[in-house]
Design a binder for this molecule. Structure first.
Ligand code: BG6
Length: 476
């Protein structure tokens, strides 16, 4: 492994910081999401309603604990930490011209604390937390005006932290919104709640087009502010396997992959494919795309690809296939993969899928790849101050092994690897605390009870050793 490889962890502001209304912060779209579970969808309420429980309001109070937490990340040997800037700390409503100094100061302090330990900040500009006001007033990313608001926010923070942050990511898992049947995805990606008469796919293409343009403008601005900046996109990378060799299954899997890779195609290549133009034409969509937009896309392509990896999907047209009908994973074409186990939350455990996808991205785009999330959501057992999270260590070991094979055997150019939820965060899809990911256990439960005290899990020491060895010591 390259000696500069960026080992570390990842979190997102709204899932850990808490302090949802402190020091001038505005309400974000995450602040109106209630708690759910695998079987109970999170609700999106019309504003913050008294009596409802919103787990992101307190998160794990990283806002006040960050010094103590970062000290423990440093103890593990982190080379980087991926987190996001909450847009609403900087621009509470999103459409102001002047930023909130208290919000800017918070991230100054946070980044200084990381740099004190030589931990490189890797910063996501939009991780499911746009200002709620932009939804109410403008309709979220349905509206072209969002481009200006987002670019203004991004330029403000990139200027402010130009000597502290080098790695930037634009939109987290921008392709999640392709899952049309679960409202949580359009909401968290784009601040959109579909109306009855919406053609969902058309609305989705329009919103993502505006995001592509905004992302490209951010890349261009980044280079003006500091030519050394590296800007990436983020793809939720989920291989789609055909269940059988029936050519219909093969074509379906290819179609599902194309639907996903559409997002990186535009951000990496700087233009829409012929297939996309054709499908818009065939469907009669009228997407607002200008010549200037197209120029901008071609001028603002990303420097690297951020990918998150948790699971693979299997698809089939065959009547005998066992349909998953999982509202969180989406799409009625998904079927059970008889070859793979799943987590309690129904996510397929498939380490080799990571190697498969690294190869796919590396060959398709020939750009560096940053694995900005990989992790194991598990209901850890707390036993007198100890947490023996053997399953997590096994999951991570197998995935890291496959990543190393992709690098060392297949020649994939991978810059870094950050374990998702390196300190237990609030789950994004369910709002639970019980679905834990961290090397650090946080004493808090699904209802918001607990001391917030942090405890080192067994995996803390395992990851510490792994980083010290610059990766897994691979045995034959
Ligand atoms: C990714 C997101 O989708 O997966 C994170 O970028 C999220 O925000 C992570 O937390 C794991 O999902 P969940 O629902 O288990 O928290």
């Amino acid at each position: 492994m390259n000696k500069d490889f960026l080992w570390g962890g990842a979190v997102a502001a709204h899932q850990v910081e808490g302090a949802w209304d402190l020091e001038g912060k505005g309400i974000s779209i995450a602040d109106v999401m209630t708690a759910g579970s695998k079987d109970k969808a999170r609700e999106i309420t019309d504003g913050v309603i008294d009596g409802e429980y919103y787990p992101n309001h307190e998160g794990i109070d990283f806002y006040h604990y960050y010094k103590e937490d970062i000290k423990m990340f440093a103890e593990m040997g982190f080379k980087c930490l991926r987190t996001s800037i909450a847009w609403t700390r900087i621009f509470p409503n999103g459409d102001e011209s002047e930023p909130n100094e208290a919000g800017l100061k918070f991230y100054d302090n946070l980044f200084d604390e990381l740099l004190k330990y030589d931990i490189e900040p890797v910063i996501t500009l939009s991780h499911f937390e746009m200002p709620y006001h932009l939804v109410k007033e403008y309709g979220g990313w349905r509206n072209r005006k969002l481009i200006d608001f987002f670019v203004h926010f991004s330029a403000t923070v990139m200027r402010r932290y130009k000597d502290k942050v080098k790695y930037w990511l634009t939109f987290n898992e921008i392709n999640n919104q392709r899952i049309l049947d679960n409202p949580i995805y359009a909401w968290t990606n784009s601040g959109i709640l579909y109306k009855d008469d919406d053609n969902k796919l058309e609305v989705m293409y329009q919103a993502t087009h505006y995001q592509f343009v905004a992302g490209a403008l951010v890349v261009k601005k980044a280079k003006e502010i500091n030519p050394a900046f590296q800007v990436g996109c983020v793809l939720a990378a989920t291989p789609n396997y055909p269940l059988t060799s029936d050519p219909n299954d093969i074509l379906l899997a290819q179609q599902e992959d194309d639907n996903q890779l559409f997002f990186t195609d535009v951000q990496v290549r700087g233009h829409y494919s012929k297939k996309v133009w054709k499908s818009w034409e065939n469907s009669g969509y009228s997407i607002d795309v200008t010549e200037e937009d197209l120029m901008c896309l071609s001028e603002g392509t990303v420097d690297f690809i951020g990918m998150t990896y948790y699971l693979s999907n299997t698809v089939s047209t065959r009547p005998e296939a066992k349909r998953l009908n999982d509202k969180l994973l989406g799409s009625e074409v998904l079927v059970e993969n008889p070859m793979a186990e799943t987590t309690e939350w129904g996510w397929t455990i498939d380490p080799k899928g990571l190697r498969y996808y690294l190869n796919l991205l590396a060959n398709r785009y020939e750009l560096p790849i940053f694995i900005v999330e990989n992790g194991f959501g598990y209901a850890d057992q707390f036993e007198d101050g100890s947490i023996h999270d053997k399953e997590r260590m096994e999951y991570l070991t197998e995935h890291i092994k496959q990543m190393q094979l992709a690098i060392e055997e297949d020649g994939a150019d991978v810059m870094g690897y950050t374990v998702w939820g390196c300190i237990d965060p609030i789950s994004f899809t369910t709002g639970e605390m019980r679905k834990r990911y961290g090397f650090l256990y946080v004493d808090r439960d699904n209802n918001g009870n607990g001391s917030l005290k942090r405890y080192k899990k067994d995996s803390f020491y395992w990851y510490q050793e792994l980083i010290a060895n610059n990766g897994l010591v691979m045995k034959d």
